[in-house]
Design a protein around this ligand. Structure first.
Ligand code: B4P
Length: 191
């Protein structure tokens, strides 16, 4: 199995690159952002609980996203591997993922960390806000909040995986195809 984490700040292009990676490597794409937005659009109890956090630029509670990911892993017993996009976003989520995967005797192979400077991130999110219809994109104050939450709660996740030597930095600026080539080069080392 090939299990990858695509890591980076909000707007670093995780969703954009994930679409291309799952097609090339035949992985199951697990995006907690997409899963949560689906729960919101179908007005499930989970979605209604998550909506307030997301609209304010905050993280949804760990137990909610961990449960969601656990269900998705269980629902795909024949998967060739998983691409985790936007998960884990906290150290407790990373530890929970280790537990879920060790039950399947299949570890995380590598954490691909997209490197994008803050000015470029804000520029991209402002542009996405013009078309996405996402409440968390529309307001510059909420975007700022998301970057702050990233630094406080999500950046430590890279330190967690660094202790196991699993983090690889990949250039996240430039053309989408060039970034994809950089990611593919790293992934091919595991194939
Ligand atoms: P996510 O849905 O994960 O999304 P994101 O961080 O906003 O964006 P991403 O990095 O995927 O960037 P994208 O490809 O779209 O999170 C949304 C919210 O959900 C969180 O704030 C949180 O509330 C909640 N949530 C999700 N997971 C959670 C978890 N595990 N725990 C708790 N809460 C959780 O790219 C951004 C823009 O840049 C796009 O418009 C794209 O077109 C553009 N772009 C991409 N690559 C580019 C390039 N090379 N050049 C120029 N533009 C580019």
């Amino acid at each position: 199995m090939l299990n990858l984490i695509l890591f980076g700040p909000p707007g670093s292009g995780k969703g954009t690159q994930s679409e291309k990676l799952v097609e090339k490597y035949h992985l199951i794409h697990l995006s907690t952002g997409d899963l949560l937005r689906k729960e919101i659009s179908t007005k499930t109890e989970l979605g209604l609980a998550a909506q307030g956090y997301m609209n304010e630029g905050k993280l949804v509670p760990d137990e909610v996203v961990i449960g969601m990911i656990g269900n998705c892993i269980d629902a795909n017993p024949a998967a060739k591997g998983f691409l985790f996009d936007g998960f884990p976003r906290t150290v407790p989520q990373a530890k929970a993922l280790d537990t879920l995967l060790s039950a399947k005797s299949t570890p995380i192979n590598t954490v691909l960390f997209l490197q994008v400077n803050e000015e470029e991130l804000i520029k991209r999110l402002v542009k996405r806000g013009e078309t996405s219809g996402r409440a968390d994109d529309a307001d510059p104050a909420i975007q700022k909040k998301r970057q702050d939450v990233y630094k406080e709660q999500t950046l430590p996740v890279s330190g967690y995986y660094q202790q196991f030597d699993k983090v690889v930095n990949v250039i996240g600026e430039g053309s989408i195809d060039d970034i994809f080539a950089g990611l593919s080069k790293e992934i091919d080392k595991f194939n």
